[in-house]
Design a binder for this molecule. Structure first.
Ligand code: EPU
Length: 339
């Protein structure tokens, strides 16, 4: 495995921010991971783990050894009448994996179609869309400690999944490289149609298309309709999390803003649609230099040209401030900052 020096990551992040890393390694095996960690120790260089760069804000220079898992492979470990246990390597592309599962008759991931990024990144932020999240199907995963190179298995409970969060993103941040993921999928197609728009549009499909591939294609169409393609308009998906607030604050806000878009959470809290808050704060489709909030989905920050990480930080700060001034709600950034 080659250790690339002064690796250009500008094409390796979907926000298209200019970035050079001191070193880049793309390990295909655990032996190669160990070799890269040994090099980092020799060079006294911090280690960062990057997938396909679809949920990161990269600084112009990363004084680090960036590890990008490049292992491949999808295999069925066990099968019952009802379920299948599938193991998939971190270096696989997430959406290609979802397509493979649908082809094989392994169901449960259709709603997570077309989410950009690698399989290894999927547990990191517990990817979710249209009423399904990775935590619903993940059985366990193997991760390598960046400190001592030892591999550990994390059960679903040990992953500490929450909305767009896991121990890998929060309490144990920077300590693990996710290497292999095992998912418990169903052998019977049971569409998850809790998201209203999906239910209506799925029901409107011809009967012959009301299958797993039909649902996958529908999710792809809905995403393509709202979300900009990073290859055409660089972005990192939702730039903020949907904020969760207590019932009393929700009640007061709803009284002031009857159009408030919100969803009741188990336990009494309410989740607000950050896209609505940002739109109401006047940022939908607004552009400031190279940066803007998308015209069809105000939650997506887009790079129209040659933005830098610093410009992203300032523009995102403006959006957060405007939402805070108008609604008294703090937006939390979703993509991870690498600096
Ligand atoms: N809305 C607006 N204006 C906007 C955007 C949204 O008013 O510009 C309101 C609408 O009422 C809309 C509601 O917000 O019905 C919710 O919007 P949407 O269904 O597009 O979902 P979201 O809450 O904005 C979340 C995820 C997406 C995921 C969709 C679908 C987060 C941070 N984002 O977005 O995930 O695809 O739900 O399930 O939770 C991502 O994480 O990168 C991502 C794209």
């Amino acid at each position: 495995m080659r250790l690339l020096e002064h690796a250009d990551l500008s094409a390796g992040n979907t926000l298209a921010l200019p970035c050079v890393a001191r070193y880049l390694a793309r390990p295909e095996s655990l032996e190669e991971v160990a070799a890269a960690l040994a090099s980092a120790r020799t060079e006294q260089c911090p280690v960062r783990v990057l997938g396909e760069g679809s949920n990161v804000v990269l600084a112009a220079y990363l004084d680090a050894l960036v590890l990008q898992p490049a292992n491949r492979g999808i295999r069925c470990l066990e099968q019952t009448d009802d379920t299948v246990l599938v193991e998939v390597a971190a270096g696989e592309n997430w959406d290609a994996f979802v397509g493979h599962c649908v082809d094989k008759g392994w169901y449960g991931l259709e709603n997570l179609s077309l989410i950009p990024g690698s399989v290894g990144a999927s547990p990191f932020q517990n990817i979710g869309a249209y009423g399904v999240e990775l935590a619903d199907v993940l059985e366990d995963l193997d991760a390598v400690s960046l400190q001592d190179g030892v591999a550990h298995t994390f059960s679903r409970a040990q992953c500490g999944f929450a909305y767009r969060d896991s121990v890998f993103k929060s309490s144990q941040a920077g300590r693990w490289l996710i290497w292999r993921v095992r998912l418990r999928l169903s052998r019977h197609f049971r569409p998850q149609l809790g998201y209203g728009e999906l239910q209506q549009q799925f029901a409107a499909l011809p009967a012959a298309q009301q299958d797993a591939d039909g649902l996958r294609q529908l999710v792809i169409r809905i995403r393509q309709d709202k979300l900009p393609d990073p290859a055409e308009l660089p972005n990192a998906g939702s730039f903020f999390k949907n904020p969760v607030i207590p019932a009393a604050q929700h009640q007061a806000l709803k009284a002031r803003f009857p159009g408030l878009v919100s969803y009741a959470q188990p336990g009494g809290d309410w989740k607000l649609a950050a896209g609505w808050l940002i739109e109401q704060a006047g940022f939908k489709g607004l552009r400031d230099g190279a940066l803007g909030m998308h015209a069809r989905q105000a939650l997506v920050l887009v790079n129209h040209g040659d933005a830098s990480a610093e410009q992203v930080r300032r523009f995102a700060g403006r959006v957060r401030q405007a939402v805070s001034d108008k609604f008294g709600v703090t937006l939390e950034q979703e993509p991870v900052l690498f600096d």
